[in-house]
Design a protein around this ligand. Structure first.
Ligand code: NDP
Length: 449
């Protein structure tokens, strides 16, 4: 058997790569990881984590307003973007340190540079160092897709949104998915005039239609504008420094920033995949089997670069399963990609698990749908005319709950526990048999009629 420098060489130290590397090392493998930017990856450095902190920061706008009805005097409130931005970046640096420390504590060698596959079992670092490995794991994630049209370089993506010098007075966000709706909520709460431009009139396509409609209605009520069935024609920079956005089916709009949130594409370019013949798909995703193995038997890939489910906890599970399979003692492990709960941290947030009403009707035929459309108690006293909506989809044949869908305060926090019940295959009768926690919003889940 050939001698290699490492048992495992991981390219990319994000959520999936870090988990796989440290677990493989704990199993006794000699592991190295290459990261060209900062250890932690998209989620920690420029994704879920700083985004959630912005969501928290943004929510104070409403909380402080509502506080008046709860007896608080809040005259003189003001918001300092730079203070929040810098506090978030400071914490990101702390987390980056913790992730680096985790790898070091597991004796994983870190190369802070780009790596490319240059031959069989061989990678070459940006500084020319050639390293051999028995297994190679690609965990390079994805990057924002930027549409191509005249002036497209004048816009930013979520990567840059965390580092802005100031909150834009007016921003156009392109796309109607997770990032568009989350950042629309964030900037709107910080006082920007926000408009979303989308190629169709469907937001958050994979979510239940009732929730999507409710989010649209609440977003409009909060002052967010929508331009539907629109695509970019061009962006011009005006003498006043602002941007004039020309689009199909709508008048041009003048804004301070344009942000693209039109999906994320796998980071598979420049990895040298062609040097060893690794198969990729239409969007550049690395094609893998249930065990995250590519068509080249010693090369595996996990996380967003495989474009299976672009969510951090899924990448972590895939990284863990890879390490268990290749270096563990208990045989091959695969990740169950079904029934994955998810949330959109919009204002208010959406959370869901399982089948939407439409999917359940198509796949099961006979279903029962239970719904609660309610005004949370806090909103009533605050005088905030914003209703929550919970929907439960049940298979009529066996009473099993096959989907739960929520929009309203704290829905992501509530959903995590509800998702356990759906994943476990519990029935509507099981929910009904559970005593409510009163008063709460979550109690709606066990009181659905
Ligand atoms: P999404 O896939 O959520 O949404 C992309 C949006 O852009 C859709 O409205 C889509 O329209 C539109 N779009 C796609 N391609 C084009 C194009 N070529 N031109 C114009 N419009 C286009 O992507 P995001 O960028 O918002 O987020 C990327 C991924 O990151 C998400 O899918 C999610 O997996 C993950 N993420 C998860 C979060 C969470 O868990 N809370 C938060 C942020 C991101 P259409 O519907 O017609 O395809």
């Amino acid at each position: 058997m050939a001698d290699y420098d490492f048992d495992l060489f991981t390219i990319g130290a994000g959520s999936g790569g870090v988990r796989a590397s440290r677990v493989a090392s704990a199993y006794g493998a000699k592991v190295a990881v290459a990261e060209e930017y900062r250890v932690g990856g998209t989620c920690v450095i420029r994704g879920c984590v700083p985004k959630k902190m912005l969501v928290y920061g943004a929510h104070f706008a409403e909380d402080l307003e509502d506080a008046k009805q709860f007896g608080w005097n809040i005259e003189g409130k003001s918001f300092d973007w730079v203070r929040l931005r810098d506090a978030i970046q400071k914490d990101i640096t702390r987390l980056n340190g913790l992730y680096t420390e985790t790898l070091e504590n597991h004796d994983v060698t870190i190369y802070n540079q780009r790596a490319e596959i240059t031959g069989d079992h061989e990678v070459t670092l940006a500084d020319g160092t050639v390293i051999t490995a028995k297994y190679i794991l690609i965990a390079t994630g994805a990057q924002p897709h930027v549409p191509s049209f005249p002036g497209c370089e004048l816009g930013i993506t979520s990567n840059e949104a965390f580092h802005l010098d100031e909150v834009p007075e007016k921003i156009l966000i392109a796309g109607g998915g997770y990032i568009a709706n989350e950042f629309a909520g964030i900037f709107n709460e910080f006082g920007s005039k926000v408009c979303i431009m989308n190629r169709s009139d469907t937001l958050l396509r994979s979510y239940d239609a009732s929730l999507r409609d409710r989010l649209l209605q609440i977003s409009i009520m909060k002052g967010i504008n929508f331009h539907f069935h629109s695509e970019f024609e061009k962006i011009e920079k005006l003498e006043n420094g602002r941007l004039l956005v020309h689009m199909t089916n709508n008048d041009p709009v003048e804004v301070d920033q344009v942000m693209y949130a039109t999906g994320r594409v796998p980071n598979s370019d420049g990895l040298g995949l062609e040097n060893v013949g690794v198969d990729t798909g239409k969007r550049g995703e690395i094609v893998v089997d249930d065990y995250s193995q590519t068509n080249v038997d010693y090369i595996y890939a996990v996380g967003d670069v495989t474009n299976r489910v672009q969510l951090t906890p899924v990448a972590i599970r895939e990284g863990q399963a890879f390490a268990d399979t290749v270096f563990g003692k208990d045989g091959p492990k695969k990740v169950d990609h079904s029934c994955i709960p998810s949330a959109v941290f919009s204002h208010p947030p959406i959370a869901a698990v399982g089948l939407t009403e439409g999917e359940a009707r198509n796949s099961l035929g006979s279903i029962k749908v239970y719904q609660s459309d309610f005004r949370p108690m806090k909103n009533v006293l605050a005088g905030r005319n914003e209703r929550g909506l919970y929907k439960m989809v049940v298979d009529a044949a066996n009473d099993k709950v096959v989907g739960i869908h929520m929009i309203g305060p704290e829905s992501a926090e509530i959903m995590q526990a509800a998702a356990v019940a759906v994943k476990a295959g519990l029935t509507k009768a099981d929910f009904d048999a559970t005593t409510a926690i009163h008063p709460s919003m979550a109690e709606e889940l066990v009181l659905l009629k």
